[in-house]
Write a protein that binds this ligand. Sequence first.
Ligand code: ZN
Length: 594
Amino acid sequence: MIPQEYIQEVVRRNDIEDIVGQYVQLRRRGRTLTGLCPFHNEKTPSFVVYPDTQSFYCFGCGAAGDVISFVRKYNNLGYVETVKQLASRAGMPLPEEDDKESRARQRLLEINRCAARYFYEQLNARTPEAALARRYWREKRGLSDAAIRRFGLGYAPEDFTGLLHYLRRLGFSEEELEYSGLVKRSAKGNLYDIFRHRVMVPIIDVRGAIIAFGGRVLDDSKPKYINSPETMVYKKSRTLFALNVAKKSPNKRYILCEGYMDVISMHEAGFDTAVCACGTALTPEQVKLLTEYADEVVLSYDSDEAGQKATARSLAMFTDADIKVRVLSYQGAKDPDEFIKKYGRERFAMLLDGSADPTEFQLKKAAANYDLRDSAGRLNYLKDAIDILARKGVTPTARDVYAGRLAEETGVGKKAILEQMNDVLRSTQRRDRRKEQRDLAGQGNAADIRVPYSAGGDAALGAASAGRQLIAALLQSPEKIPYVRQRLNMDAVVLPEMQEALRAIFRCADEQLPVNITSLQQMLDDKPMAEVNRAQAVNAGHPLQQKDIDMYLERLDNAKPISQTVKGTTDDQFLSAFSKLRKEKGAADPPQSD
Ligand SMILES: [Zn+2]
């Protein structure tokens, strides 16, 4: 097995235009290149290369794929052989060397798995210190034994070589152990355990592999927390603790907590979508990960100053993210965990439903910056507050309500405040419009968005086309996958190969693979792959937008009854009915691309 990353790298390093250009005479037409298809006999070119998506498509014979498929088909080679040939052309070391890396990665994960078992066994040992650790989890954290098992919680005893000897006995080398970050080498040259007399939390990635550990002291000594260092399997900035559990929840409102102890308590209280960043402030990668799985994020940090600072910082990270964000607002407890223990989970659930919007939070924070008893302070606060209210995403009603409140707080008339706000709004709108125009100019003719389904026509025809269009849209904007996945009624997608293609696209997201032809052609048979290639080729150069996606989803929803009648027919019956319909409607095959 060649590692996925290696294959993607081979594709990245072999530009399709260069490679195909060696075999086919290509002529540039706008953003694409055309030539005579090498796979069928023709006199007028219907073979198109798309540098944007690094793919090719022949409108004559349907030959299609990425650079690997081209070389493979042209030279009649096997898949692995083709990858190797392209790799050596790009000067990459052969995949065998990379196999060594993936073996090392497997070993590392195995060390972590064994270490987790060791920590769990130690928690249940008959020693006074293990009893202390059990008491910590059960009494101090209020966890049931089931929760302890579910999260694989454990205990690292006060012993410099306990884990070291355990893992050595299992056959891991000193080198491997040092690499795992679980042990360190002393100045004298001896290896020793880094986690000692700490309760242990395994950090598990989205696929369920243990990639690192966090350890906390049982009392108030310092350092309170130690985490595994980064290794080839653990990248802090890309990890969200408990995402492997949260992703299985039907609830798409995620609770973002400060640390893994908070997350574990939340889950124990029945809130199974709690997650947190491990040992870092929230990163852009984590925000992206969240938008893939969640529809909404509620920031649930401590009520102290550090927690509020973290809230403001995380909130800023979400500014451009396409996801709803709210801030949990609570009183009478230092953190959400204490709140649940004091007031119960129902009250907390109510809190979640009513969690304050970011505007509220930002206004409160702005107010805290100034002394509102003095007029200069009030004026500065007013200026900041108006900027906050003029931001995108604040509704006109909210603006009006807050303007009233600001008037009360500052003693400035509401009318004056609204007038000022309108000034700011007008200038930001002007700025946004200019930016939009610039963006459009850069995109070429963005208004020309093709929506090839026969509006008002037969629902089945529309639905088949809508399914294909969704495939195209997801290839163009993989960040829409969670959105589509949640709303899509798979049964309404009539062709089984389109269903397969959509499922493979979802799988790419689950496995964090790039959503492109290279990934998909390894998962799909020829028929569904042909759908993917066609969908991408037909829509090349036509950016599909949110409103298009919504329209396709709606179209599929409306077609439900027809798809159900279709279920009773065989594929071939349906396909022939479908092609008859197609002729009647005059919905010709897609025109050749620009
Ligand atoms: Zn062809």
